[in-house]
Design a binder for this molecule. Structure first.
Ligand code: F6R
Length: 237
């Protein structure tokens, strides 16, 4: 595990985008795993810039997103499919047929898992982290759940994500998410985190015991993972 501390979100975005540029240039048909939420937005802006400048060609890139809310149609303003289109896919030369976001209506978890296996797994996975330590939507639990599955969101996550909805009651209570095993099978992982509200989870994930009560702690067992943090997120290390 490598822990890198940067001065702000923009510097993290440039570093994360450079890692993507390397992987995408290295391998035709590279499979990238993508995250939603606020944290990756600057990285996506940077990827768009690099695509416009001709540095990164997305035409052969294949993407799989971590998760989606259960019950939201693809075009719902808060769906992760819509988020990905608006924040990244609509602005780069990726073939939309090569972009995959779990289907929150069909909830075909086993099929999604199999598709990722069949394509040979994810080469580079981007992760954020919840303030409760979730990765994807794998919430603190008694046991790690390994394959893509349907998860019940914690009150903490519902509180944290209510900012994207008109009110808290509109936040779906369940989601479909790559499992801990799906994430761990990625060949390379970068986790990005910014802000004081991530500091406790980051410290526990990096220095605490590997335990399902802190899902991100499993990353200690991955052989190629980098944490890209700002000073606030790193402040309890
Ligand atoms: C979203 C995802 C989540 C987020 C996490 C942090 O696809 O996988 O684990 O990364 O909830 O969200 P933000 O970045 O909004 O703080």
């Amino acid at each position: 595990m490598q822990v890198l501390v940067y001065k702000d979100a923009e510097t993290i975005a440039r570093a994360a985008a450079a890692i993507f540029a390397g992987e995408i240039t290295r391998k035709d048909g590279v499979v990238i795993g993508l995250a939603t939420g606020s944290t990756p937005v600057p990285t996506y802006r940077e990827l768009i810039r690099l695509n416009r400048e001709g540095v990164i060609d997305f035409s052969k890139v294949i993407s799989y997103n971590l998760d989606e809310y259960v019950g939201l149609q693809h075009d719902h303003p808060c769906s992760y499919r819509r988020f990905m289109n608006e924040q990244l896919f609509d602005h780069i030369n990726i073939d939309k047929a090569n972009t995959h976001v779990p289907d929150g209506i069909a909830c075909n978890a086993a099929e999604y898992e199999q598709e990722i296996k069949d394509i040979g797994g994810v080469d580079l996975q981007l992760l954020g982290i919840g303030s409760d330590g979730h990765i994807g939507f794998n919430e603190p639990a008694d046991e790690f759940v390994y394959p893509t599955n349907i998860v019940k969101l914690t009150d903490q996550t519902i509180d944290d994500n209510a900012r994207f909805f008109n009110n808290r009651d509109e936040v779906p209570k369940t989601a479909i998410s790559m499992g801990i095993g799906t994430i761990m099978s990625a060949k390379r992982i970068i986790l990005i985190a910014t802000g004081k509200n991530k500091a406790r989870a980051i410290a526990a994930a990096i220095n605490g015991p590997v335990a399902p009560a802190m899902p991100a702690s499993i990353l200690q067992m991955h052989q190629n993972v980098q944490f890209l943090l700002d000073e606030d997120a790193a402040s309890e290390l």
